[in-house]
Write a protein that binds this ligand. Sequence first.
Ligand code: ADP
Ligand code: MG
Length: 365
Amino acid sequence: MGAAGGHGVLRPHAEQAFAGELAALAAADDRPRPARWRLSPWAVATYLLGGTLRDGTVITPKYVGPRRIVEVAVSTLATDRALLLLGVPGTAKTWVSEHLAAAVSGDSTLLVQGTAGTPEEAVRYGWNYAQLLARGPGQEALVPSPVMRAMAGGTIVRIEELTRIPADVQDALITILSEKTLPVPELGQEVQAVPGFNLIATANDRDRGVNELSSALRRRFNTVVLPLPATAEAEVDIVSRRVEQIGRSLDLPPAPDGAAEIRRVVTVFRELRDGVTTDGRTRLKSPTGALSTAEAISVVTGGLALAAHFGDGVLRPGDVAAGIHGAVVRDPAADRLVWQEYLETVVRERDGWKDFYRACREIPA
Ligand SMILES: Nc1ncnc2c1ncn2[C@@H]1O[C@H](COP(=O)(O)OP(=O)(O)O)[C@@H](O)[C@H]1O
Ligand SMILES: [Mg+2]
């Protein structure tokens, strides 16, 4: 049970994909729940971190990382402060926010995508102009934003990439988060948030400086930093789990013995990211791209598709070589040399990496 499949959509929401786990948790959960929460904070944390319930139901881990991070995130949502998930790309910020919303509110779909063009209507409300012209300003003409709907319904709303949103639109959030109300002067009304309402924002560490959060807004948030996986083992574990879930949702046959290639992808990514080989002996230049865990997951998934459709179903060096090359060489001018140097000084010399070296050499530069 668990991941996608059988829902007739390409990507079911977390609350659909893991409906069985959420129901089992709700049934087993005898701890106090904050107003309008579907689960207690303990059960939400268990949903994210995984565990086995007393009745034997296995809850799969969604987030692999320090338990404390999840505990702080979940308990923040039970306070009057909003939650800001911060980290470099691919550290599961979006993923964690979706699962938190699914577990707390049973609905992860109230979502504002932050971009440089995000208008104030996306945070407050807009108008349906046909209605407005036909009948004038009224309740029927009002188009509530996801934030307004979450306030009225007492649920979690998510804002993706908060720091990309223009400063004046960010400012609209300050009143909402501090006063917990959203005035609609055109109707002489306001929407007051009911208990259960809270907001999870994500922001990219590397965007710092794009639209730095104002200190007034920042004070409304508890910030939780999601780290890169601490060890290669942890990262291999994350990639293996996600690849298995994604593979199932794409109906790819499970690949036997994929572990060696997964470890290889993770090793290459970590060494180039850290700028040094695993044994600490050779310094390396880092490429311009992030080489995140999320990218490792796509490289392996892509490799599995190659192996399934054009190979013998076994994940081999040749199935991941092109994907790795593509992830590393983002900016041809800067990254091609970094890759060549890594290939010739590290990959070529490493025991058991001959096939991978050959496969990489065959990729047209
Ligand atoms: N620590 C982790 N635990 C579980 N999954 C992870 C972890 N780090 C990365 N991932 C996976 O990486 C993928 C992309 O993460 P995403 O949430 O889009 O990253 P971000 O929003 O931080 O850029 C997801 O499929 C997620 O499962
Ligand atoms: Mg994201």
